[in-house]
Design a protein around this ligand. Structure first.
Ligand code: HEC
Ligand code: HEC
Ligand code: HEC
Length: 284
């Protein structure tokens, strides 16, 4: 390999180790992060100190390779030393996680930079990068769930049918029951009952629009899951129920639109993290 190509290759290799490593184990376990991490995140700390620390390490790690590409060895060496320093600091933040760190690998990396030999630097960076990757694979999703995904715990919705204030999960169970009220009655050819159930279901469903602004600032999100396509599907269901001889295929087609574009897509977007939070909560 020619010199410049080699450097490019090493930069590429270095960037790829900065990305989270893939878990090698077959099973992914999403374990609740240790409570000692709480103090590095709001509300206990003003800033997300843990992430800031990650950025520091990542900048110095990347800095070594940027400067190496420019043959600015003086700064490359500085970044190597600073990385080792920040790495050590990070290793002292969460005692339960200290085994993910390999202080020797960080020191060896800083030393390798001083050799100015791309081969040695590449090798040492791989060893160090592996330690970043194994912690990310095991803990990153858990940390997103714990500190970044907004909790539904204190969110209440007023049921427009009963006018009762319900917690989110309970509201969903009522919504699900109302949806079944429509489909079960339709399956029994009880179109009058199905029509009444549809009115209640539609009210409950559209009330969900009032919740979006609790987490989203952009009103355009309401084009998804609770948008015009869902309202049109409900209107089509209603039209069939009002006709003397409902078109059965058309009715079920529109039920499918509500179920897939509405319930399912919204669950795929919002329910995974919320489910993990709930399981941790129940385990307490
Ligand atoms: C002991 C565990 C652990 C180790 C070791 C670790 N990280 Fe992290 N890192 C995390 C966690 C957890 C997150 C997710 C933080 C969050 O999203 O709040 C993260 C996130 C990051 C991010 C993304 C920050 C963002 O804005 O979302 C970068 C970049 C990063 N780490 C770089 C590194 C580098 C480089 C190393 C090794 C030199 C490293 N990390 C070692 C746990 C670790
Ligand atoms: C408990 C908080 C919460 C509520 C309530 C909520 N969302 Fe979200 N939603 C999120 C988060 C967090 C994301 C992922 C990050 C992002 O996109 O903001 C997301 C992502 C989305 C996305 C995909 C990405 C995007 O922003 O376009 C859509 C679409 C969406 N939500 C629509 C809705 C709609 C419609 C409602 C109301 C019916 C709603 N959300 C209610 C938290 C919430
Ligand atoms: C705006 C997004 C959204 C839409 C639309 C939506 N859901 Fe949900 N659903 C959620 C979220 C978020 C949860 C998780 C609630 C929790 O964790 O407490 C949930 C939970 C549920 C649950 C489990 C409730 C429990 O705690 O036992 C059921 C059942 C359910 N939804 C049914 C439905 C049905 C049926 C529809 C469509 C007719 C639907 N949902 C439409 C977001 C949505």
């Amino acid at each position: 390999m020619k010199g410049s190509l080699k450097v490019l290759f090493i930069i590429f290799a270095a960037l790829s180790i900065l990305l989270p490593f893939q878990a090698k184990a077959k099973d992914v376990v999403i374990r609740k992060p240790p409570e000692t991490l709480d103090k590095f995140y709001p509300p206990l700390s003003k800033k997300p100190e843990f992430i800031i620390q990650m950025h520091k390490m990542s900048t110095h790690f990347g800095g070594v390779f940027v400067d190496m590409g420019e043959k600015d060895w003086e700064n490359a060496e500085k970044h190597g030393d600073q990385l080792a320093e920040e790495y050590k600091k990070t290793s002292e933040m969460v005692p339960e996680w200290k085994d993910y760190f390999n202080l020797e690998a960080a020191a060896s990396f800083a030393k390798a930079v001083k050799t100015r030999d791309p081969k040695q630097i590449g090798k040492a960076s791989n060893e160090l990068g592996k330690t970043c990757g194994s912690c990310h694979a095991a803990n990153q999703i858990a940390v997103w769930t714990r500190y970044h995904w907004p909790s539904l715990k204190s969110m209440k919705i007023i049921d427009p049918v009963s006018e009762k204030e319900l917690e989110y999960g309970k509201y969903m169970r009522g919504l699900s029951g109302a949806f079944k009220g429509v489909t079960v009655n339709f399956g029994e050819n009880q179109y009058d009952r199905a029509g009444k159930a549809l009115n209640a279901f539609k009210k409950k469903y559209l009330e969900l629009r009032s919740t979006c602004s609790k987490c989203h600032t952009d009103d355009n999100v309401k084009q998804f899951f609770v948008g015009d396509d869902i309202i049109a599907a409900m209107s089509n269901m209603k039209k069939e129920l009002a006709s003397a001889k409902p078109n059965i295929g058309n009715f079920w087609k529109n039920v499918g639109i509500v179920g897939k574009q509405g319930c399912k897509m919204c669950h795929l977007t919002h329910r995974a993290y919320s489910k993990i939070q709930k399981i941790w909560e129940e385990a307490k």
